[in-house]
Design a protein around this ligand. Structure first.
Ligand code: NAG
Ligand code: NAG
Ligand code: NAG
Ligand code: NAG
Ligand code: NAG
Ligand code: NAG
Length: 280
């Protein structure tokens, strides 16, 4: 009796160990199931990872029923957790597209849920849109119209209702290629408010400034881990821009946590094996 219940307790804990150890090294969070992304419009590709941020990963576009690499989204970039991507107009609009993540040091592939790529609408939407909510600690994108005579820009978070009297709240990124979009994570040190906007400043001519629409920041980060970094690489059909940049805006380091979690899992295995040895 005792040994039976001990055994079942043991097999239960062994099962729990297997479940924990099976946490995938990568999982694609965005695009989400059924998401619609437009050609020539920046969208976010975001993934969870237990691997170090110095690992290299590649991203490909496939469909659910065709595993041919239809388009290489990014090749051997750093494992930052997110990038922004504009599907080029050479891709056909359609449903059943998936993003495939391929780590440089492994043959395992990680696939996103299926999403739709739609033809670009004629009116370009710039992000954030008026009144859009951006949460601190989450990946977001800002997009802007590219003037071909501007080669690099810096982006600042401003607050206020009158563009002649804005408060300069935070630096998002400086001196990046003028690609028209960048992904970033807003620091959790930024307070909630509904009168924020981004200033996109020509690095060579700081008097030349574009402003985004006014948007809302929600600082709701109490329950979330604030560690994240993000990069952007984009390429688009007509405007000859192709760039990559990254901004990191928060404190704790996710790799140390996941290494800790892995150590815990192997410790549980050891304890489990030890108990099994005692039993027999
Ligand atoms: C990614 O991580 C977040 C936070 O840890 C979690 O809430 C979410 O469920 C994870 N998503 C996937 C697809 O694993
Ligand atoms: C998969 O896509 C490639 C590239 O578009 C195409 O040449 C091939 O015929 C497709 N295969 C199937 C089974 O649809
Ligand atoms: C965009 O505008 C062009 C010319 O104005 C038109 O020919 C084309 O059909 C429009 N495309 C869409 C998707 O509305
Ligand atoms: C770039 O062109 C825009 C309008 O086409 C002009 O307003 C701006 O001053 C120019 N910037 C530079 C650095 O020449
Ligand atoms: C915001 O502040 C930073 C440094 O404090 C400065 O370099 C930058 O030019 C300012 N941006 C604007 C748009 O005033
Ligand atoms: C943002 O939220 C976090 C977590 O709730 C809190 O610690 C921080 O003080 C907030 N920051 C501001 C500026 O309100």
């Amino acid at each position: 009796m005792l040994s039976t219940s001990l055994l079942s307790a043991l097999s239960f804990s062994a099962f729990a160990c297997v479940a924990k150890a099976a946490t995938p090294a990568y999982s694609i969070v965005e695009p989400t199931q059924g998401a619609v992304v437009s050609l020539d419009t920046a969208t976010v590709i975001e993934w969870n990872t237990t691997e170090s941020s110095s690992s290299k990963v590649s991203f490909y576009l496939e469909t659910t029923d065709n595993s041919t690499d239809l388009y290489t989204i990014a090749s051997k970039i750093s494992n930052s957790g997110s990038i922004s991507w504009s599907p080029p107009s050479s891709i056909s609009a359609g449903t059943d597209y998936i993003v495939v993540l391929q780590p440089a040091d492994s043959d395992t592939e990680y696939k996103s849920d299926a999403f739709t790529i739609s033809a670009s609408s004629n009116s370009t939407t710039y992000y954030p849109t008026e009144g859009e909510e951006i949460e601190t600690g989450e990946t977001a994108i800002v997009t802007w119209k590219v003037d071909s005579n501007v080669t690099s820009v810096s982006i600042y978070l401003m607050e206020g209702t009158d563009t002649s009297d804005l408060k300069n709240v935070s630096t998002i990124t400086t001196d990046i290629a003028n690609s028209g979009d960048v992904a970033f994570v807003l620091s959790t040190s930024i307070a909630s408010g509904d009168d924020y906007l981004f200033a996109i400043v020509d690095t060579k001519d700081p008097s030349s400034v574009k402003y985004s629409s006014t948007f809302t920041i929600v600082n709701d980060s109490a329950s979330k881990s604030s560690s994240s970094s993000s990069g952007s690489s984009s390429s688009s059909g007509t405007s000859s821009s192709s760039s990559s940049s990254s901004t990191t805006s928060s404190g704790s380091d996710s790799t140390s946590t996941s290494a800790g979690a892995r150590a815990l899992v192997s410790l549980q295995w050891l304890v489990g094996l030890f108990l099994v040895a005692l039993l027999f």
